[in-house]
Design a protein around this ligand. Structure first.
Ligand code: B4P
Length: 190
């Protein structure tokens, strides 16, 4: 089984590149951002609580996203593997993912870290905000808070995967197809 963690700051291109990886490797895409936005659209209790935090650029509680991922893993027991997009985002989420995957004897294969300059991240998210209607993409100070939360709470995950030999940096600047080619080369070696 191939289990990929697609990692990087907000706007690094995780959602975009996940589409190429699905096509190349036939994996199931699990984006916690997309799952949370479905809950918001359905106006569930979980969705309403998530919206309050996401609109400020803060992370939602670990238990919330871990529960959603567990449900999806249980529902896809025959999968060839998964792309985890935007998850894990904290060290506690990474530990919980290891426990969930180890129950099936299928560890994380690699963590692919997209590297993009800060001004490029802000430009990408502001342009998406103009067309997507995503409230967390509309305002530069919320975007900057998301990037700050990433540096404080999510970036330390590199120190979790690096000693396991699972951390791979990939240049996330430039044309989308070129980045997809770089990612594919790394995944083929896993
Ligand atoms: P996400 O939905 O994961 O949003 P994101 O980090 O902003 O990245 P996204 O995947 O959408 O953007 P992408 O890089 O693909 O999370 C939203 C919120 O949900 C979080 O802030 C948090 O509150 C909450 N959340 C989600 N998961 C959580 C978790 N595990 N724990 C706690 N809270 C959680 O792309 C951005 C844009 O760039 C796109 O418009 C794309 O078209 C463009 N783009 C991509 N590649 C490009 C390139 N090479 N050149 C030019 N543009 C490019």
């Amino acid at each position: 089984m191939l289990n990929l963690v697609l990692f990087g700051p907000p706007g690094a291109g995780k959602g975009t590149q996940a589409e190429y990886l699905i096509e190349s490797f036939g994996l199931i895409h699990l984006s916690t951002g997309d799952l949370l936005r479905s809950e918001i659209a359905a106006q569930t209790e979980l969705g309403n609580e998530a919206k309050r935090l996401m609109d400020k650029g803060e992370l939602v509680p670990d238990e919330m996203v871990i529960g959603m991922i567990k449900g999806k893993l249980d529902a896809n027991k025959d999968a060839k593997g998964f792309i985890f997009d935007g998850f894990p985002r904290t060290v506690d989420q990474a530990k919980a993912l290891d426990v969930l995957l180890n129950e099936n004897g299928t560890p994380v294969s690699g963590m692919l870290c997209l590297q993009v300059e800060k001004q490029e991240l802000i430009n990408r998210l502001l342009s998406r905000g103009k067309i997507s209607g995503r409230s967390d993409d509309q305002n530069q100070s919320i975007i900057e808070n998301r990037i700050a939360v990433y540096s404080e709470k999510t970036l330390p995950l590199i120190n979790y995967y690096e000693p396991q030999g699972k951390h791979f940096d990939v240049d996330g600047m430039g044309p989308i197809e070129d980045i997809a080619g770089r990612l594919k080369k790394v995944v083929e070696k896993l």
